[in-house]
Design a protein around this ligand. Structure first.
Ligand code: C2O
Ligand code: CU
Length: 512
């Protein structure tokens, strides 16, 4: 019998019918399984998402059962308390009175931007919402009232290492606040610097629509600059703005004054900033640079969600000084009415924070980590939330089968990030600041480069380190919020923690 005779008329009719069916099934059945496997239940705990990753270097821990499946609420080995700690227990001292009290009312409404009316969100009637200012050590109390945001809202304090219950992640640290609902956030502003707040419920459209604002914490001793201005960069419906207005932001200042410009990038992609003359980069992501030197002819990259504090000096010749926030908008600082200087051309070179400033003690030893994790970002075909596509993968897996990085309080954690996905990702860990140890294997030599939001370009690797000093369950995700909504989300959890909240469920919690 020759091979092709199988398909000859001599082949039994039944087989001719069955073979294509079997072939089709053998393709469809695994696809159906993958599809089914990618769907998420109508209510589920973040504890059941993905699989526990204890990292390398952790002490063997025979008694511990990981998060996932039926194990929720029963984590814990012989060395641990028998009952899990709850994220809701992690709060600021209730006996400590508030120093700064703010009422914030969120609304879903039309915004008027650059003469156009676009759908969006406001906080106390504007977008951005009011700037919150506090002094280091003060307890901030924010009373949120959701007047009309139909999907519900939360407030996340981006870059502030708040107690876990105050982190504002819908379905993980609280329920989304429905229309008519309220929530009170209380936390001590322990670290001086530039931060921002935004909704972490349906966050991709809500942040894009302007449900955000600036948070500035001043050091006890004050700052050395005579003028201090926050510039929130945001793109509304394709229009680039600073503090909600299209066009340049004029800041009055006198000749010779030093000015601190606190730039926050609230968009999904990185932005570059540069100045006409020289500048110093005083801080990144709310942490001071050690010995920042004068820079000329270089831009600073601010990743999505990131902040940069730059210092410029108003010239003595009566002209103004310009800080460009991308090509489209600028902060122009000088005497009122002074001529806007010509737009400085964008430098071709970037300031490299790996070598900027000078070294200083970190306060811990990253050379001897107690845990090491991989966060490998890739892209592969499959199903996410039941939809076929080519999706972001973390360590080779697709949402919801993403890692739950498990640490113990006191761990010195090193994370190796590798971006093989072909696109840039602004990686953001909640509740902690991380120091960059190396990029593409090249060790950092400048000031400690502390980040909460890190721009990871295609092909790059980063080694970063942090101390596990803020117990709870924390998101560790891409701050291109479109990517997050596509499943680019992992979590960091401390052993023995649990949450009473559910993703989806009756409050329809959708953190992305
Ligand atoms: Cu700026 Cu998970 O957030
Ligand atoms: Cu991303």
């Amino acid at each position: 019998m020759t091979r092709h005779s199988r398909r000859s008329p001599a082949t039994p009719r039944a087989l001719r019918i069955a073979l294509p069916i079997v072939a089709t099934l053998s393709i469809i059945a695994p696809l159906a399984w993958l599809w089914q496997d990618s769907r998420v239940p109508s209510a589920y705990s973040v504890m059941n998402m993905g699989y526990p990753d204890y990292g390398v270097g952790a002490m063997p821990d025979p008694g511990v059962s990981g998060p996932g499946g039926h194990m929720q609420g029963q984590m814990g080995g012989h060395h641990m308390a028998p009952t899990p700690r709850l994220v809701t227990d992690m709060i600021a001292d209730p006996a400590q009175p508030a120093d700064v009290r703010v009422d914030l009312v969120t609304r879903q409404q039309k915004l008027s931007i650059g003469g156009r009316s676009i759908p969006g969100f406001t906080v106390n009637g504007t977008s951005p919402g009011p700037e919150i200012r506090a002094r280091q050590g003060q307890l901030i109390e924010v009373h949120l009232h959701n007047e009309s945001v139909a999907d519900g809202v939360t407030l996340h304090w981006h870059g502030v290492d708040v107690p876990n219950a105050m982190d504002g992640v819908a379905g993980v640290t609280q329920d989304a606040v429905p229309v008519g609902g309220e929530f009170t956030y209380r936390f001590v502003a322990n670290q001086a610097g530039t931060y921002w707040y935004h909704s972490h419920q349906v966050s991709n459209p809500q942040v894009a629509g302007g449900l955000l604002g600036s948070l500035v914490v001043l050091p006890q001793s004050g700052i050395a600059q005579q003028v201090d201005v926050a510039a929130v960069a945001h793109t509304y419906g394709g229009m680039r703005t600073i503090n909600g207005k299209v066009g340049d932001l004029r800041v009055p200042a006198r000749a010779g004054q030093r000015v601190r410009v606190r730039v926050t990038n609230t968009d999904n992609g990185p932005m570059k900033i540069w100045t006409g003359g020289s500048y110093r980069l005083l801080a990144t992501d709310g942490t001071d640079v050690h010995n920042p030197t004068e820079v000329t002819g270089r831009s600073v990259t601010i990743t999505a969600g990131g902040r940069a504090d730059v210092e410029v000096k108003v010239p003595n010749d009566g002209t103004a000084v310009t800080v460009q926030l991308s090509k489209a908008t600028a902060v122009i600082i000088g005497a009122p009415g002074s001529d806007a200087p010509p737009v400085p051309t964008q430098p071709s070179q970037e300031l490299d924070l790996l070598s900027y400033g000078s070294p200083a003690p970190l306060g811990f030893d990253p050379a001897h980590p107690t845990r090491r994790f991989d966060y490998r970002i890739g892209r592969r075909p499959g199903f996410v939330k039941g939809r076929p596509g080519v999706w972001w993968s973390i360590n080779g897996r697709l949402f919801p089968h993403v890692p739950m990085y498990v640490v113990r309080e006191g761990d010195v954690v090193v994370v190796h990030i590798k971006n093989r996905s072909g696109e840039v990702h602004p990686m953001h860990l909640h509740g902690h600041h991380e120091v960059v140890l190396a990029r593409n294997g090249v060790a950092a030599t400048g000031s400690p480069w502390w980040v909460d939001s890190l721009n990871v370009l295609p092909g790059e690797t980063y080694d970063i380190a942090f101390v596990a000093d803020n117990p709870g369950i924390w998101m560790d995700h891409c701050h291109n919020l479109k990517h997050a909504a596509q499943g680019m989300i992992a979590h960091l959890m401390y052993e023995g923690f649990d949450t009473p909240y559910r993703i989806a469920g009756p409050s329809d919690n959708q953190p992305e």
